[in-house]
Design a protein around this ligand. Sequence first.
Ligand SMILES: C[S@@+](CC[C@H](N)C(=O)[O-])C[C@H]1O[C@@H](n2cnc3c(N)ncnc32)[C@H](O)[C@@H]1O
Length: 290
Amino acid sequence: MNAPRAAPASLALLPTCIDAVPVATSLARQLDLPLAAMGTNPALCEEFDLLLLVSVPGLALQLTRRGLAGGPAAGSGKAPRRGASQALPGPVRVDFGSDGMRHRRRSGHNELLGRAIGVSARRRLQVVDATAGLGRDSFVLADMGCKVMLCEREPVIAAMLAQGLQAALASGDEWLLQAARLMILVAADARDLAPPQLASTDVIYLDPMFPARDKSAAVKKEMALFHILLGEDSACRDADDLLLWAIAQDISRVVVKRPPRAPVLAGRKPSHSVAGKAVRFDVYVRRALS
Ligand SMILES: C[S@@+](CC[C@H](N)C(=O)[O-])C[C@H]1O[C@@H](n2cnc3c(N)ncnc32)[C@H](O)[C@@H]1O
């Protein structure tokens, strides 16, 4: 994947079949985004960087040829030869029942997060996930018994989350249902939450975006898409401010997910950190969890 751009990308909705046209049209209106012509091939698309694929079962975000090249062909000089098809990474969707989520649960990868948040069998914690993204950390926390408010300020990602939650609630899978019933989505900037919305919150959780380390960075497909969708600079710049907002709230603790060797946010030393090989959770304790 090429270097992430500084500005947000261009995006359109693409209905993938005739039955999806009404949903795509109304969602395009709601999100104030254009509709791409049905049949557009992402691997040849030079009009948009990303396409939100709308099918009858759901939404998926797909990089295009232009997005892969890092922007309009004329400006970047990196686009492949006109007319040539190119292998693109597959689309990204919110799928709480995916094999990846099931594996994450079985493999014990969730233990560090649970420890950092303070999950215990004795109490049901209320967590605000202030950077919900594709909702995977939120789902893991709900699966551990927390009540989770998912805040997502990017409308396209919030729409994907809403659809993923709906699908989980309609799945008939008791595991998915139990967790999804503990999750509530707020499509807004977390810093705009009104005090009553935070009233019974124990923990604010932050997983802000961080800059890709280099061009070949091991940023996952999803994060690479986020960098393109949101614009790396603006998305990463807010992270310090978000921590300062979170630790000013009347709650028990703030937990921040960071890459293992990344600096702390806003120069604020955490009370302690819970670190693994691939991730570190900085924990800012305000008072004991009740
Ligand atoms: C790195 S992703 C989070 C990934 C997520 N933890 C997961 O498990 O899928 C960061 C997300 O936070 C969102 N975000 C950043 N600042 C925010 C804010 N102040 N309020 C709400 N959402 C925010 C971004 O739009 C992006 O979707």
